[in-house]
Ligand binder design. Structure first.
Ligand SMILES: *Cc1c(COP(=O)(O)O)cnc(C)c1O
Length: 412
């Protein structure tokens, strides 16, 4: 087994199996099974009484899923990880495990669309209030928090606004006011962003995006970064007594995650394990393409307001350097003259695909105004930084000359 001071990709390629495979398989096999047999009645009793770690039933745990969790721990340096059926499951399970009805959390309204839906519709129905603040001006947080505020939730890079929050400032304010810090780092994968080193308590990712290895499968992960001992957490006190610093993951595994039933399938776990092996290569290539395209678009007379926080000249360039090693994801937005011009441009594309989703190997384009955000009023869309003339491009790994040619032909 290789020690842990290796580079990201080496770590991913050398993460050991928990048990030796009887056939020396090099890839973790897909344990597509529901139940696991025990040698004796005593053994199965010990497993159920939590005296011995063992897989018993695949909704609770599974060897292939556990292997992905081990790779996520290795990728993030976290204390523990849990893989779930989707990114939304990672977000909802985390909040349900840590916030009670009558309590509240603070977040920005600039969020992934369904996260905004969860925060503005579903959580309030469960009695959990979400207070929205402009997280680019963290001072405002202190004006709206109170003793019932339990959590600060933010995305490392917002989408499609492509704003970058100042993470150390947010963490400082959250600490001062006794809030947990939860970050959705989906846009900035673990090879460019280390949530643990920024003092974040819990990191959430939609593994559907970069981690899946090119849009192979839907999934999500929760990472306990190890920054919080959970000793002073009231809602975890039962679990802290027995499980100490594993209290948060234990509550998920024994209660919330197991009872809500949003497990990841073994097949997905294998795909995403292999996705992690090539993550850094894909991010590098998409990033180079992304920079090239921002440069190319900048010179074009029909293109306005190009936004990419990683491009020199962006107001978020320095934060992107300090927080994400200069790689704030690989999504950019730009504006054309009108909605009609956007549609006409999209319809002429041959290489770039018309689809939602992000961080596929393929470059994907969408007109957020008429699709993802259509359910919201025009006023709310504008407030969210979504304009009629804006296109969002998730840059893939195609050959750059072909992407540029595709764009140039479609702009004609
Ligand atoms: C896609 C996405 C999610 C939701 O993930 P799913 O896997 O689709 O459930 C959450 N947050 C961000 C930032 C995303 O991009």
């Amino acid at each position: 087994m290789v020690e842990n001071d290796k580079g990201f990709t080496t770590k991913m390629l050398t993460t050991a199996f928990l048990k030796e495979d009887p056939f020396n398989s090099l890839n973790m096999p897909v344990y597509e099974t529901v139940a696991f047999e025990f040698d004796s009645a005593e053994d199965i009793a010990e497993a159920f009484q939590d005296k011995k770690a063992a897989h018993a039933y695949s909704r609770s745990s599974n060897p292939t899923v556990e292997y992905l969790e081990r790779k996520i721990i290795s990728a993030t340096g976290g204390r523990a990880a849990l893989a779930l059926s989707s990114g939304m499951a990672a977000i909802s399970n985390t909040i349900i495990a840590l916030v009670k009805p009558g309590e509240n959390i603070i977040s920005s309204p600039n969020l992934f669309g369904h996260t905004y839906g969860l925060f503005s519709k579903t959580l309030p129905d469960l009695g959990i209030e979400v207070r929205f603040a402009d997280l680019l001006n963290p001072a405002g947080i202190e004006k709206i928090c109170d003793e019932k505020t339990k959590m600060l939730f933010f995305e490392t890079v917002t989408n499609p606004q492509l704003e970058v929050v100042n993470i150390p400032e947010l963490v400082k304010i959250a600490r001062k006011n006794d809030m947990l810090v939860v970050a959705d780092s989906t846009l900035t994968p673990p090879n460019v962003f280390n949530a643990k080193s920024f003092g974040i308590d819990i990191e959430l990712m939609s593994s559907t995006k970069f981690i899946s290895g090119g849009a192979t499968s839907v999934g999500g992960v929760i990472v306990d970064t190890g920054n919080n001992s959970w000793e002073s957490s009231e809602i975890l006190s039962n679990f802290y007594e027995k499980k100490k610093e594993m209290a948060f993951i234990a509550k998920l595994r024994k209660e919330v995650f197991r009872h809500l039933g949003n497990c990841m399938s073994p097949r997905t776990a294998q795909l995403q394990s292999m996705g992690l092996d090539i993550l850094a290569l894909r991010v590098e290539r998409s990033f180079t393409n992304c920079l090239n395209l921002t440069e190319h678009l900048t010179g074009h007379p029909d293109v306005k307001k190009i936004k990419y926080p990683g491009m020199p000249g962006s107001e978020f360039y320095d934060l992107s350097k300090n927080q994400f090693g200069g790689v704030p994801g690989t999504i950019l937005t730009f504006d054309l003259e009108s909605e009609k011009a956007c549609f006409s441009f999209m319809n002429k594309l041959q290489v770039i695909r018309r689809a939602t989703n992000m961080n596929d190997n393929k470059s994907l384009i969408i007109h957020p105004w008429s699709t993802i955000y259509f359910e919201y009023s025009e006023a709310l869309r504008l407030e969210m930084g979504v304009h009629e003339t804006m296109l969002r491009l998730s840059v893939g790994i195609e050959d750059i000359d072909d992407l540029i040619e595709d764009i140039d032909l479609a702009l004609k």
